[in-house]
Design a protein around this ligand. Structure first.
Ligand SMILES: NC(=O)c1ccc[n+]([C@@H]2O[C@H](COP(=O)([O-])OP(=O)(O)OC[C@H]3O[C@@H](n4cnc5c(N)ncnc54)[C@H](OP(=O)(O)O)[C@@H]3O)[C@@H](O)[C@H]2O)c1
Length: 276
């Protein structure tokens, strides 16, 4: 049995991942930037506080950068270097689909840092999460009955974050796929009209898709507390969605976990209370 440090352990992916690893009999250290409670360790990625102690004696680490932070090469680079220094054997890093498109982007630099670190590694690059509809995009759905996004009629092969957790759990517990990066997607590309139709069906009310411009979307993101640089990053990657870059489907989830990715319909049904 192994000891794993899980960053983002209260988040969409990390919470499911932590539970899965515990149920498999492993010891899990759940990182939090808040004061640590039982089973948790305090780690502030922004400052590096707690990183060394949290990694000490761990066999492997799951790495992500919390939304809102743009200097991922610095924050994650620090954790990777500390993992090497503390004798950690392996790291699985979650970035995002498309992160490898620009070698100068901070997320790509973090990936390259890990690949060159000497640790056993995997990089997982998920597409847009289904769970964004019950979190980031829920305000428009609740208050305007609309998904308000600047994404045109482009399709996305949205992925359920629980599938990402299943992939990460598998990769952390095996070594035969070490040294590889995987783009993770759901199994079916859907445009936002199709998403709205499914959400309407489970909610029992009409939810529509309404395209907005980046300029119309920006004030809401800033008002929600997103930093200006992260807001521009988000609008940029939403533009890439509109250009069709999120449509691709890969077989990585099934190849790694042996299970088909969850369908959007099933996600919507399970989260229906959020959309009513
Ligand atoms: N949403 C998408 O469509 C999408 C698509 C592709 C990739 N991604 C990537 O997925 C990641 C987010 O994953 P997620 O949705 O599972 O997480 P999440 O639900 O957004 O949760 C963020 C996690 O980060 C932790 N955190 C916040 N500030 C921190 C800090 N300063 N130091 C350490 N931990 C901190 C939070 O825990 P505490 O509050 O306890 O500290 C929380 O567990 C991001 O890197 C994003 O780029 C997202």
């Amino acid at each position: 049995m192994s000891t794993f440090l899980i960053l983002g352990a209260s988040g969409n992916v990390g919470s499911v991942l932590s539970t899965t690893l515990e149920q498999a009999g492993h010891t899990v250290r759940r990182a939090t930037s808040r004061p640590a409670g039982a089973g948790q360790v305090h780690v502030d990625l922004a400052t590096g506080e707690g990183v060394g102690a949290a990694l000490d004696g761990a066999d492997a680490v799951f790495l992500l950068s919390p939304p809102g932070h743009m200097n991922q090469d610095v924050t994650l680079g620090r954790v990777i270097d500390e993992a090497v220094a503390r004798g950690v054997k392996k790291a699985v890093l979650m970035t995002a689909m498309g992160a490898d498109a620009d070698p100068t982007a901070p997320l790509r630099k973090a990936e390259l840092h890990l690949e060159a670190s000497g640790l056993a590694w995997n990089v997982i690059r998920p597409n847009w999460f289904m769970q964004n509809f019950n979190s980031f995009w829920i305000h428009g759905i609740t208050h305007h009955g609309a998904i308000l996004l600047p994404t045109g009629n482009a399709k996305g092969s949205f992925i359920d974050s629980r599938d990402i957790a299943d992939v990460a759990a598998s990769l952390l517990q095996r070594s035969d796929l070490d040294g590889q990066a995987f783009d993770l997607t759901g199994g079916e590309p859907l445009d936002h009209d199709a998403v709205a139709a499914i959400l309407s069906e489970v909610a029992g009310r009409t939810i529509r898709y309404q395209e907005v411009t980046p300029d119309e979307m920006r004030p809401g993101l800033l008002a929600a507390g997103l930093p200006a640089d992260y807001t521009e990053f988000l609008l940029t990657i939403l533009h890439f969605f509109k250009l069709g870059y999120s449509e691709r489907v890969t077989d990585a989830v099934e190849r790694i976990t042996g299970k088909s990715p969850r369908r959007f319909q099933a996600y919507a049904q399970e989260y229906s209370a959020a959309f009513v």
